[in-house]
Design a protein around this ligand. Structure first.
Ligand SMILES: Nc1ncnc2c1ncn2[C@@H]1O[C@H](COP(=O)(O)OP(=O)(O)OP(=O)(O)O)[C@@H](O)[C@H]1O
Length: 318
């Protein structure tokens, strides 16, 4: 952390299990979010993201560990935290039978404020949904619902925004617009912790924590995670890409291979070998046609897939 910067969110060795310990949802999670940071919690379904958010919003008690938001303890200071945090839960949180305006007024009243008082903060977002002021929330499109939920989470001018998968199930254009809004909010000094299963969104964060099976695999700026990719990565395809994937998977020279768009991404067990000819020859010898093999730069998805494979293979974070 930079000198003089405050940690807006902090988790210290947090554990949470369900079903009398049978499901370990959060397994020794520690990370912190600096004040003013746009921080992503990235992981697949069931990784433990929602449990982390519920602990931070004081709705769920951790089994072990401590957590704080703007320096306040989630257990001792839970009431104060609720006033300082804006929370957008993963599942649609608004009242479906209330209109856009009624939802906003409701959330403002709960926090002892009104729409006018903090209008500056929600203005840009709210103006996009204002034409639908009298439409019931349940009748809005996914993107509109998401904007309304963000307005409601902002209505009391929180210091920290906790957004649990705000873009899941929303179309690509709305997702992009939503991230533009987050950037604008960050510029106004609001700290944002946001979870997402989408890797293309991970890259838009200042730093990301990758979470899998309740464990944090890494916490870094996305560019650093990509830079640390430890080996050469190849993209390959042929006329029969499904058979090629199967063939590569059965070959002992191949370390890892997975479908990625119209290509297969491949790493080799013996990186000192000439990867291009190894992959090309393998495919040719098995009768493939229209073979293309090239070396490529890894993206954040490749880095995450690699980190996930490590944990599944060894059962621990390396
Ligand atoms: N109340 C509960 N009782 C039992 N198991 C639970 C409960 N809540 C969550 N779990 C389990 O804990 C694990 C982590 O769930 P959590 O909802 O925190 O993850 P997530 O990353 O938010 O995933 P999702 O996006 O699917 O909600 C999952 O295996 C889930 O099935």
């Amino acid at each position: 952390m930079e000198k003089g910067r405050m940690e807006a969110v902090k988790l210290h060795h947090i554990f949470k299990s369900y079903d009398k310990g049978r499901v370990v949802a959060v397994n020794d999670v520690s990370f912190s979010v600096d004040e003013g940071e746009l921080f992503g919690l990235i992981g697949p379904d069931g990784a433990g993201k929602t449990s982390v958010f519920r602990i931070l919003t004081t709705l769920l008690l951790a089994d072990q560990g401590t957590a704080s938001v703007v320096g306040l303890d989630v257990i001792k200071d839970y009431k104060a935290i609720r006033n300082l945090v804006g929370y957008m839960p993963g599942k649609f949180s608004l009242y479906q039978d209330l209109t856009v305006l009624e939802n906003l007024r409701f959330f403002a009243t709960v926090f002892g404020t009104n729409i006018q008082q903090n209008y500056g903060l929600i203005k840009d977002i709210y103006e996009q949904i204002k034409p639908f002021n009298h439409r019931r929330a349940g009748k809005l499109s996914g993107g509109m619902k998401q904007k309304l939920a963000l307005c409601c989470a902002l209505i009391h001018k929180p210091k920290v925004l906790l957004l649990d998968e705000p873009t899941t199930g929303v179309d690509v254009v709305s997702r992009r617009e939503f991230w533009d809004m987050l950037k604008a909010l960050k510029q106004q000094g609001i700290t944002i912790l946001v979870s997402t299963p989408y890797m293309d969104e991970a890259i838009l964060c200042d730093r990301i924590a990758l979470i899998q099976q309740g464990k944090i695999l890494s916490v870094d700026p996305p560019a650093d995670i990509i830079k640390r990719y430890p080996t050469k990565l190849y993209a390959a395809k042929s006329a029969d890409i499904y058979r090629l994937l199967k063939d590569y998977r059965q070959n002992e020279a191949i370390e890892s291979s997975y479908a990625f768009g119209e290509y297969i991404h491949v790493t080799l067990r013996y990186p000192e070998r000439d990867g291009l000819s190894t992959l090309q020859d393998l495919a040719t010898n098995l009768g493939h046609r229209d073979i293309i093999v090239k070396e490529i730069k890894p993206g954040i998805e490749d880095s995450f897939i690699r980190l996930m494979e490590r944990i599944e293979f060894t059962g621990r974070v390396e």
